[in-house]
Design a protein around this ligand. Structure first.
Ligand SMILES: Cc1cc2nc3c(=O)[nH]c(=O)nc-3n(C[C@H](O)[C@H](O)[C@H](O)COP(=O)(O)O)c2cc1C
Length: 143
């Protein structure tokens, strides 16, 4: 299996609450598990930044599915590589109420409305998503 890592950014159609993100988690868990996909989804009220890791075919299939979701737009591929190990060995999701404080403070990645994930360079976006993962609230399904 060619392990593939895909990272994209998108703009949410409407601000999402943590409860909205829990709904995505409920829908994602089974499908990602069936496809052997792990990764990390970081959602803020304005943007999503997601890393998908797994077999090439599965990652592409899931990405094409997610792109069509009307809850977000301007889905932009930031990185697509063959990887030798998973950065995220389990499927995880985090909610970041304020990306501007949680994201690394590089002026290059900020514009007038704060942190803008579309500005992150392809070879640095893995570091950014790992930092966001450490600084986000974990989203868990309520029992
Ligand atoms: C930002 C974002 C990330 C998503 N990530 C995933 C994901 O990793 N896995 C998944 O199955 N669905 C994900 N979804 C939800 C899918 O787009 C879709 O709504 C869900 O899989 C249910 O699809 P279905 O109604 O065709 O079964 C995501 C949606 C959004 C808006």
């Amino acid at each position: 299996m060619k392990l593939t890592r895909l990272i994209y950014a998108s703009t949410l159609a409407e601000p999402m609450s943590k409860a909205d993100v829990e709904q995505i988690l409920a829908a994602s868990r089974q499908r990602n598990n069936d496809l052997g996909i792990t990764g990390y989804l970081c959602v803020s009220p304005s943007h999503a930044l997601q890393c998908l890791e797994g077999g090439r075919h599965s990652v592409n299939k899931l990405y094409n599915h997610i792109v069509r979701d009307s809850r977000h737009a301007d889905v932009t591929l930031l990185r697509y590589i063959e990887a030798w190990r998973r950065l995220f060995p389990v499927w995880d999701m985090g909610f970041t109420p304020d990306l501007s404080t949680a994201a690394p403070q590089s002026a290059r990645w900020h514009d007038e409305s704060g942190f803008n994930p579309y500005l992150v360079e392809s070879d640095l976006v893995e570091n950014v998503i790992e930092a966001l993962c450490e600084r986000s609230e974990r989203v868990e399904l309520r029992a």
